[in-house]
Design a protein around this ligand. Sequence first.
Ligand code: PMV
Length: 339
Amino acid sequence: MSQTRPESAEACAGANIAIVKYWGKRDVSRNLPAGSSLSLTLRELETTTRVSFTSQLTQDDVQLGGEPAPPVFARRVSKFLDRIRRLAGLKLSARVQTANSFPTAAGLASSASGFAALAVAACRAAGLTPGIDQLATLARLGSGSATRSLLGGFVELQAGTRSDGADCRVRELGDAADWPLNLLVAVVGEGPKSLSSTAGMQHTVQSSPLYPAFLEANAADLPLARDAVTSRDLQTLGKIAERSCLRMHAAAAGAAPGVLYFRGPTVELIHAVRRARNEGLYGYFTIDAGPHVKVLCESDAVDALRERLLAVDGVSRVLVASPGPGARTVDPEQVDADR
Ligand code: PMV
């Protein structure tokens, strides 16, 4: 999987939000998920990353939003690049310039779009041309959910059972383009989250008696969610999204000590979404490893639902996102990642 190496390459990827959640790994060193998940890739919550391997540097130079990246972030990127360097037989350090169109590390899936964009840009800059399965393995080693941002619209990540991870695969569930959907993101505070998803899920696996029940319930929900996507059934998909999310957070809260990502406004937002639904305004919430609430709805409900979410105390803004494409290079001469 190699070709002539360009001087640098740029790629972008949208964040994805899981409808059926992944929480916990079956193999930490290979970063293999314990359960399968289903997500929606978003157009507006995007990471753009440029990677240049150069002899002018003696160590990687990682910039986030035009500033030197925090050391923990920079080390994670360098570790990821080491894999690419090994695969490509490259000894050069890299300049990495990455920017998000939304708050970083706050439970808005920036690691998903970030590692998907980094995987595509770094492979291209290193002269590698991986197929989707190889690319998925690379992205997964950066962040479990990053695999799903490689593809567009509704995406399923199959956990697989093989110890080498060869059957941990990602696939697109058809084009979401003919389904006018939106995802509203009610932002609750802009700071970084209190506990990373990696740490939170590991702690849940190790100490929550509720974790096996979460896994079992999610496995049962996955085919139902897949069918709801195929039949464009928002009501069924939305109900699955809400219970998958609440079960994930219940499993986390049942750890010792309990992990709680909700803030006060998170709970108020859940009630606001349910109240709106009782009044015929259909939206369905989901929440990841942070306090923000994402609401899935059809496009004609966006304006009214947005008003409802903005009216909740503690909500600083509401972003409106829509289904988007998978990760892609943005160099004019380069077509999308080989898939
Ligand atoms: O990508 P990770 O390993 O940080 O995990 C993300 C986990 C959740 O966002 C909470 C759920 C999911 O399936 O995306």
